[in-house]
Ligand binder design. Sequence first.
Ligand code: OOG
Ligand code: MG
Length: 250
Amino acid sequence: MPDVEALARELDEALLARREIPSLEKTHGTFALTDAYRVQERGIERRLARGEKIIGYKMGLTSAAKRAQMSLELPIYGVLTDAMRVSGELRVGDGVHPKIEPEIAFVTARELRGRISPEEALAALQGVAPALEILDSRFAGFKYFSLPDVVADNCSSWRFVLGPLSPPRDTGSLRMRMSIDGRAAQEADSNAISGNPLESLVQLVGLLPHPLPAGSIVLAGAATVAEALKAGMQIALEVEALGSMSVRAT
Ligand code: OOG
Ligand code: MG
């Protein structure tokens, strides 16, 4: 049994100090994925105690490209708080080694729980949007060792930007293009995300140990690998039928 409190504190202090730490599994021994989610939960409680509010969840490693980039096999989830949401401008100096990736986001209109179908998920939506997630791992060199490491670290969550909200619709088979300083950097079909992004929402609701509240923002996971983010970059994401959005790294 890992010392959940100690691991959560170590990660949280690294986050606050912008300090890199080695893999928890290497320094503290292996621990189960269920314990990793307990560490994540404890870390989130620490943020809530500082006044942050939970506004949604993110799915990670839902595309083959991301699983290959990180050499990990299983979809995972993390928590989004209001302090992670940015718009327009992003201060990269607040992070350690941030990376940016193209996603699709859902906003729910009704509470969802347990095993649901994609149709039920679609019927419970308030809207859909293009989204950019900015990851920043607490682990040295953005290299963690295992799935428990990254789950404990709230799945490398750091910041996210939500694009314009469209009415609920099927978000399958849409072209996605992320460009950096006007040049195409990553392109994919939205079905690269879980076979259909809505499947990520279905999976999240099945994985969560509690209902997903109405009004939650849910990131479906990146369609492509993430790109290193540097100050001065202008990043844009265009998703067919959903429109475009951009953010400037300062
Ligand atoms: C883990 C988080 C993955 C995604 O969209 O696949 C993720 C990581 O890449 O460090 O957010
Ligand atoms: Mg992501």
